[in-house]
Design a protein around this ligand. Structure first.
Ligand SMILES: Cc1cc2nc3c(=O)[nH]c(=O)nc-3n(C[C@H](O)[C@H](O)[C@H](O)COP(=O)(O)OP(=O)(O)OC[C@H]3O[C@@H](n4cnc5c(N)ncnc54)[C@H](O)[C@@H]3O)c2cc1C
Ligand SMILES: *[C@@H]1O[C@H](CO)[C@@H](O)[C@H](O)[C@H]1NC(C)=O
Ligand SMILES: *[C@@H]1O[C@H](CO)[C@@H](O)[C@H](O)[C@H]1NC(C)=O
Ligand SMILES: *[C@@H]1O[C@H](CO)[C@@H](O)[C@H](O)[C@H]1NC(C)=O
Ligand SMILES: *[C@@H]1O[C@H](CO)[C@@H](O)[C@H](O)[C@H]1NC(C)=O
Ligand SMILES: *[C@@H]1O[C@H](CO)[C@@H](O)[C@H](O)[C@H]1NC(C)=O
Ligand SMILES: *[C@@H]1O[C@H](CO)[C@@H](O)[C@H](O)[C@H]1NC(C)=O
Ligand SMILES: *[C@@H]1O[C@H](CO)[C@@H](O)[C@H](O)[C@H]1NC(C)=O
Length: 626
């Protein structure tokens, strides 16, 4: 349960989940322990555990207690633990607190091998506990790592890196960074966990001061959640930018991939607002990286290219703050669930036509098939003493939902936290536990500027087969950076485009148009191949829709994207630049994950990526690639 204590003052968000930054160690050794009880292997783990002063743990899939066997061996059912897992299977905070808890269970599954997973059925009755597996069902490890390290300091990371270096080639040991487990693309499977510090006047390492003089900032350890960071900032009369989900790690994958949020149109991406990072690079050195010191190349690469720990394990990041309390206008419009498809499409078209104006006026948030949730911090709209500008700006959309039996709330709240607690948190507590996949595409602003562009977007949506995709489920973050016309008053204070590695299309786009589906928990291999082939064709159609002016969000992309280097980082040259930085800080290629910087086509075959590689090759064969 999320508790929004003291909501009247709007000062707190408190989740009960605790977690630390984890370094998962995946290893063929685990199998050899089970099968051969190889004493050598045990000695290896024991000595690592000693170095880590006992913070090495073994891990098993979340739902293992509900199965009478694990990895081919009979094991006892644990009824109490199983009941807790079943009851809380879709609860974000429950998963967040478990070492093997991922928001999206594709990280637990082996996508290419349906027999190798340990997943429960959440579909038969969504309000009841997840289904009990049949008595003869098998629990497979899937993508869940054998061991993990609870990272408390840089020295834990260094010890794990030493271990991986020593045992990678001989024993197939590799490391994976797992933080909150929000990754959609299986890049997290297989200490300074906590802590936040406020700075009145932060000067990044190596900075002479002029550019960031007097800048308010907060340093957030990698394991801290977005919700706790929002509360900490508010307690210091400040605002830190974050995404929607309270459990996302603010200094983890969110900034490493880009980081959009409802205030991005005015204040930029999470990656735009980071001033400094402390990171242990794979070459075994703890470094402080900023745009102004000798690790400017690393700092750039981390922000946009850093998912999967490609450039190292981030221990903490320092984020720029805005002064609070900051009045926020909110628009929360909803259509009834049973709205006919034609009306849903009309609603989507209305939003497509209005979205650029909303963005220019400072609004950002979600555009969707059955709702709209937008926030706006600009004073002309977020006027506490007069909501008429906010109401007028949203009038046409409000009138539409009201005319079709929906509800409309447009109001101005005194600060971001109460607005987010009221309009986002209640819908974000039980969204986990289903294998949801997203293919997003950044849509250029100029496509929204005229009716021709709007109709192209609508034609794309209408071309999606209704048996696979329902327009009611449309979900679009309208949260690209610096869309708002602020006359230079807000945003872009640093030379951000030049110093981060996110796809350049972020700065000329308006929507991250998402097509999503949920893979049934028990889909057969043929069903998986069929669905992901369709999905990858959709990704291609999205690319055609925008041409080269678009791009894809590395955090919310189709993991089977074929031209992923260009799609996620803009061009082969941009990718090569990242690769150069990768070779400098990770000369041995110690950190590797699925389609992270440094991933090679040769990695498609082989044990390490067997759960993704087999399907990828089969999809490529079906679609054909140039
Ligand atoms: C319900 C939900 C809502 C979301 N909403 C938004 C949103 O509003 N805006 C948005 O931009 N994105 C959103 N996302 C996507 C999210 O930002 C990404 O999945 C992000 O990568 C999550 O990072 P994490 O560290 O919390 O999760 P994890 O799955 O633990 O990590 C994600 C990736 O980052 C790497 N990583 C994490 N921590 C570190 C570290 N300290 N050092 C090095 N590598 C690390 C992991 O190895 C992994 O590859 C959402 C995702 C979900 C599931
Ligand atoms: C590591 O040591 C701790 C403390 O002795 C112990 O609780 C834990 O089980 C050990 N981990 C492994 C993987 O053996
Ligand atoms: C799991 O669900 C049960 C019953 O609803 C609840 O009492 C318990 O607190 C939950 N556990 C966690 C860790 O969320
Ligand atoms: C679903 O589960 C809930 C809670 O256990 C129960 O009240 C409800 O009757 C169930 N619905 C169906 C259709 O079985
Ligand atoms: C498991 O048991 C069910 C009936 O409970 C049966 O239909 C199914 O074939 C069995 N599966 C296996 C793999 O034995
Ligand atoms: C807010 O509204 C009041 C009352 O209409 C008006 O006087 C004031 O100028 C407005 N503030 C801004 C920033 O537009
Ligand atoms: C920016 O300037 C234009 C033209 O002067 C003005 O109409 C607009 O309201 C200004 N916007 C903001 C956010 O100040
Ligand atoms: C998967 O499970 C659902 C129940 O959730 C069932 O209706 C369906 O037949 C199963 N599919 C396969 C392929 O076993």
């Amino acid at each position: 349960m999320l508790q929004n204590a003291d909501q009247s003052m709007g000062r707190r968000y408190s989740g009960v989940g605790t977690r630390s930054l984890l370094l998962a160690i995946c290893s063929a050794l685990a199998a050899s322990i089970a099968v051969e009880a190889a004493t050598d292997s045990n000695t290896i783990w024991t000595s690592l555990n000693t170095t880590l002063t006992g913070r090495l743990r073994q891990s098993e899939p979340l739902a293992r207690p509900c199965f009478p066997n694990f990895a081919g061996q009979p094991v006892p059912l644990d009824e109490a633990a199983c009941a807790a897992v079943r009851t809380n299977y879709t609860t974000n905070l429950f998963r967040d607190a478990q070492p093997a808890g991922y928001m999206n269970p594709q990280s637990e599954m082996c996508l290419s091998d349906p027999a190798d997973q340990c997943i429960l059925d959440t579909t038969t009755n969504t309000t009841a506990p997840a289904g009990m597996p049949s008595p003869n069902a098998t629990c497979g490890r899937g993508g869940v790592p054998s061991h993990y390290v609870e990272v408390q300091s840089a020295s834990d990371v260094l010890a794990a890196l030493d271990f991986a270096r020593a045992h990678r080639d001989s024993d197939g040991v590799y490391l994976v960074v797992k933080n909150s487990g929000h990754d959609y693309m299986t890049r997290n499977n297989g200490g300074p966990g906590e802590g936040m510090e406020f700075h009145d006047c932060f000067v990044p390492d190596g900075c002479s001061g002029a550019e960031t003089a007097g800048m308010r900032a907060m340093t957030v350890a990698a394991g801290e959640s977005t919700g706790d960071a929002f509360a900490f900032a508010a307690a210091h009369d400040s605002l830190v930018l974050g995404g929607y989900s309270p459990t996302i790690a603010l200094s983890g994958g969110w900034i490493l991939g880009g980081g959009h949020g409802p205030l991005a149109p005015v204040y930029g991406l999470g990656a735009d607002r980071v001033l400094q990072m402390r990171v242990v690079t794979p070459d075994g050195v703890e470094r402080v990286a900023t745009a102004y010191n000798e690790h400017a190349d690393l700092f750039r690469a981390l922000r946009g290219g850093g998912v999967g720990g490609a450039f190292g394990v981030v221990l903490e990041a320092t984020h720029r703050l805005e002064a609070g309390p900051l009045p926020i206008a909110v628009a929360s419009l909803k259509l009834p669930n049973d709205t006919p498809t034609d009306t849903v499409l009309e609603w989507i078209e209305l939003q497509t036509q209005s979205s650029l104006r909303w963005g220019r006026e400072g609004w950002g948030g979600h555009v969707a098939g059955l709702y709209l949730t937008h926030f706006n911090p600009l004073p002309a709209i977020a006027n506490l003493s007069d909501t008429s500008a906010a109401t007028a700006s949203m009038r046409e959309a409000s009138d539409f939902v009201l005319a079709h039996g929906g509800t409309s709330a447009v109001e101005v709240l005194p600060d971001f936290l109460p607005a987010w607690n009221k309009y986002v948190v209640p819908g974000a507590t039980k969204t986990a536990g289903n294998a949801r996949f997203i293919s997003s595409r950044l849509i250029p602003q100029d496509m929204f500027a005229d009716e021709d562009g709007v109709q192209k977007i609508m034609s794309f949506l209408k071309s999606l087969p209704t048996d696979r995709w329902n327009p009611r489920n449309l979900y679009v973050p309208a949260a690209t950076p610096f869309v708002a016309h602020t006359n230079g008053t807000y945003g872009r204070p640093l030379s951000t485009v030049e110093t981060s590695a996110v796809h350049p299309a972020w700065y000329t786009s308006l929507w991250a148009l998402s097509t999503a589906f949920t893979l049934p928990w028990n889909a057969t291999y043929e069903e998986r191949l069929d669905t992901f082939t369709w999905f990858t064709e959709v990704t291609q159609q999205q690319e055609i829709l925008t041409g080269e002016k678009g791009g894809s969000y590395v955090n919310e992309a189709n993991l089977f994207t074929q031209d992923w280097r260009e799609a996620w980082w803009g061009s082969r040259e941009n990718y090569e630049r990242l690769l150069e930085t990768k070779r400098k800080y990770d000369p041995q290629g110690l950190m590797n994950c699925w389609k992270c910087v440094g991933f090679e086509d040769a990695d498609l075959v082989g044990e390490r990526f067997r759960c993704q590689g087999k399907l990828q090759m089969a999809i490529d064969e079906r679609i054909g690639r140039d």
